[in-house]
Design a protein around this ligand. Structure first.
Ligand SMILES: Nc1ncnc2c1ncn2[C@@H]1O[C@H](COP(=O)(O)OP(=O)(O)OP(=O)(O)O)[C@@H](O)[C@H]1O
Length: 215
């Protein structure tokens, strides 16, 4: 499977944030999106996940085996700035919800909830309300969400914000395991993800578009 984007452009409000963005990510590969604050990294990721409309361009799954997914949105896990967990529910209840919500797919199955919690180093606190956890623990649990149901495309927006060094290394291991399983990842980040040599996409943002228009 491949994730292919061709000539994407997007607006926020009336402003063109980026234009003519293209990439092609194969199974087992990660693309890291870089750029200064406000350059459109989050906007690009949301457009790819179909959470925001695009102004122009195409996004598609390509390759022979698309694992039964007929859209990129259906094939992806999106980890945004927010953790998408209910503060009042326990960690276990939150993960149980997400596991049932996503369900399994033809391409693979997710791991059990306690296994996912163990994988992010938080096996002992499944009974606690999510709102009791520290910021770093909350982020770890959001990562466990990626594991409870199989989705080949991981879209990750600043995934390691609020994480300590050991959690960063843990997350790098999760992403590498995902890639070795044939998954792929698109990640926006300001800091290295510890994935080794990966392709990078540099966003210039509106300022770059403006400058280009006036040369
Ligand atoms: N709802 C909105 N209406 C208008 N402009 C918006 C809206 N949301 C975001 N923007 C603008 O879109 C631009 C891109 O924002 P985006 O969050 O994609 O940038 P980013 O590269 O992810 O930034 P950061 O590194 O700070 O997370 C910014 O200039 C922002 O002010």
């Amino acid at each position: 499977m491949r994730l292919v984007a061709e000539g994407l452009s997007a607006k926020r409000g009336e402003d063109l944030i980026f234009r003519d963005v293209s990439f092609d990510i194969g199974a087992g590969e990660a693309l890291v999106v870089k750029g200064p604050n406000g350059s459109g990294k989050s906007t690009l990721l949301r457009v790819v996940a179909d959470l925001l409309p695009r102004e122009s361009g195409k996004i598609r799954l390509a390759g022979g085996e698309t694992q039964g997914f007929d859209s990129v949105a259906g094939a992806c896990h999106y980890l945004g700035h927010r953790n998408a967990m209910k503060r009042e529910l326990t960690v276990e209840e939150n993960l149980r919800f997400w596991k049932a919500f996503f369900g399994d797919s033809r391409g693979g199955t997710g791991v059990a909830i306690d296994e996912a919690a163990d994988a992010v180093g938080l096996g002992g606190i499944l009974h606690l309300p999510f709102g009791y956890l520290s910021a770093g623990q909350q982020r770890r649990m959001a990562m466990a969400k990626l594991l409870v149901a199989w989705r080949p495309v991981w879209i990750l927006d600043e995934p390691t914000a609020a994480l300590d060094a050991s959690a960063e290394a843990m997350f790098a291991g999760l992403v590498k395991a995902h890639l070795s399983r044939g998954g792929l990842a698109l990640a926006a980040t300001h800091q290295p993800l510890g994935l080794g040599a990966v392709s990078e996409l540099q966003m210039g943002g509106f300022a770059a578009i403006f400058a280009e228009a006036w040369v």
